[in-house]
Design a protein around this ligand. Structure first.
Ligand code: NAD
Length: 335
C-alpha cells in the first residue's frame, strides 16, 4: 500500500505526539518533522529515525550541534502530501502561503482561527466536512472534549442548550513560562468565553455558552457540563449513549480527581502517560429538574492527537466513513 506522506511542522507538545500517532498507522508515514532548535526533543526525534528539517536561519545551529538535518522546512513541505502544523498558537497562519505554494494540504491546530482553514474538525461530529479538503483545523483540546459529548447526545435526544464551566490547567507539565502558580484566574474575564463560539465552528446549530477559569495545575482540564434536551431522557439513557462512544472513558474505582485519572494513564503504560479519551465520572451523570449535569476531565496534551490522524484520513480520502476511521486510528494507537 502506498502510504500518505505526512510532515509535522512544529515539534512541541502536540507535534511530537502527532508524529508518533501517524507513525503507528499503516496507511500513512512521517517523512519529516520541523524543529527550530537542536534541543533534547530534536535529539529524541533523530533517535526515532524521523528526518529533521529546520528554518534556513537555524541550519547552522543544527550543524554546530552535530545534528544532521534533511533540509529546510520549505523542502519538507514540498515532499509531503499533508503537513500537520503544530507551531505555537497564532504562528501557523504565516505558514499558509508556504503550503499553498507547494500545493500541499495542511492541518492547523486549535490555536489558529477557524477562518484560516474554513473547516474546523472533530471526527465524530463532522468528519464528512473534511473529505478531500486542502485545509482543515483540528479544534482545541477543550472544544474536542465538548464536541465528543455534545454531538452524540444531540443526535440521540436533540439538545436545547448547553452551559459549561471550564476549569483550565494553567500550563502543560513541561512548560516553565506560564502560570498562575498560586491563584484562580477568570480567563477570560469578559463573558461568555470563546469556547462556546469555538464549539459552534464544528456544530453551528448548538446553543452553547461557556465560562472559564485557570487553576494552578498542569494535570488536565475539568468541565462542569449542564444540558437541556428537546426530548425526554433519563440519566441512564445519557450514560448508555456516552458508554458507546469510542473516545469516552468512564472513570470511578477511586478516581476522584484529575491527578488520579492521569495516574491511571501512567498505570496503563500509555505513551507519555497520555489519556486520549474524555474521562467522564459516570457517577456524576445526573438529571435535576429536567436538566443534565456531569463532570468530565480532558487531557489537554493528547485528546486532539487521534483527531489529527482522522483529519489526515478524511482529507486524503483514505476512508470515507467516520466510524471506520475512528476505529482504525484507535486500534493502531492502542486505545
Ligand atoms: P509548543 O510550544 O509545545 O510547541 C510548538 C513547537 O513549535 C515548539 O517546539 C517550537 O519550538 C516550534 N516552533 C516555533 N516556531 C516555529 C516555526 N516557525 N516553525 C517550526 N516550528 C516552530 O505548542 P503546543 O502546545 O504543541 O501547541 C501547538 C498548537 O496546538 C497550538 O495551536 C495550540 O493552541 C494547539 N493545542 C495545544 C494544546 C496543549 O494543551 N498544549 C492542546 C490542543 C491544541
Amino acid at each position: 500500500m502506498v502510504k500518505v506522506k505526512v510532515a509535522v511542522n512544529g515539534y512541541g507538545t502536540i507535534g511530537k505526539r502527532v508524529a508518533d500517532a501517524v507513525a503507528m498507522q499503516d496507511d500513512m508515514e512521517i517523512i519529516g518533522i520541523a524543529k527550530t532548535r537542536p534541543n533534547f526533543e530534536a535529539a529524541m526525534a533523530q533517535k526515532k529515525g524521523y528526518n529533521i528539517y529546520t528554518l534556513p536561519a537555524s541550519l547552522s545551529a543544527f550543524k554546530e550541534a552535530g545534528m544532521p538535518t534533511a533540509g529546510t522546512v520549505e523542502e519538507m513541505v514540498r515532499n509531503a502530501d499533508v503537513v500537520v502544523d503544530c507551531t505555537p498558537g497564532g504562528m501557523g497562519e504565516a505558514n499558509k502561503a508556504l503550503y499553498e505554494k507547494a500545493g500541499t494540504k495542511a492541518i492547523w491546530q486549535g490555536g489558529e482561527d477557524h477562518e484560516l482553514a474554513g473547516c474546523s474538525f472533530n471526527a465524530n461530529s463532522n468528519y464528512e466536512n473534511a473529505l478531500g479538503r486542502d485545509f482543515v483545523r483540528v479544534v482545541s483540546c477543550n472544544t474536542t472534549g465538548l464536541c465528543r459529548v455534545i454531538s452524540p447526545l444531540d443526535k440521540a435526544f436533540g439538545i436545547k442548550k448547553v452551559r459549561v464551566t471550564l476549569l483550565r490547567r494553567a500550563a502543560d507539565p513541561g512548560d516553565i513560562k506560564h502560570g498562575p502558580i498560586n491563584a484562580i484566574v477568570p480567563s477570560p474575564i469578559k463573558l461568555p468565553s470563546h469556547h462556546g463560539p469555538d464549539v459552534k465552528t464544528v456544530l453551528p446549530h448548538i446553543d452553547i455558552a461557556t465560562t472559564a477559569v485557570k487553576l494552578p495545575t498542569t494535570l488536565m482540564h475539568l468541565h462542569t457540563i449542564n444540558m437541556e434536551f428537546n426530548g425526554e431522557c433519563t440519566a441512564k439513557d445519557v450514560e448508555d449513549v456516552l458508554a458507546k462512544q469510542p473516545r469516552i472513558r468512564f472513570v470511578g474505582q477511586g478516581i476522584t480527581s484529575t491527578a488520579e485519572a492521569m495516574e491511571l494513564a501512567r498505570d496503563m503504560l500509555r505513551p507519555r502517560s497520555d489519556m486520549w479519551e474524555n474521562c467522564i465520572w459516570n457517577e456524576s451523570i445526573s438529571m435535576y429538574e429536567g436538566e443534565l449535569y456531569f463532570f468530565q476531565a480532558i487531557h489537554q496534551e493528547s485528546d486532539v492527537i487521534p483527531e489529527n490522524v482522522d483529519a489526515i484520513r478524511a482529507m486524503m480520502e483514505l476512508e470515507k466513513d467516520a466510524d471506520r476511521s475512528i476505529a482504525k486510528t484507535n486500534k493502531a494507537m492502542g486505545f
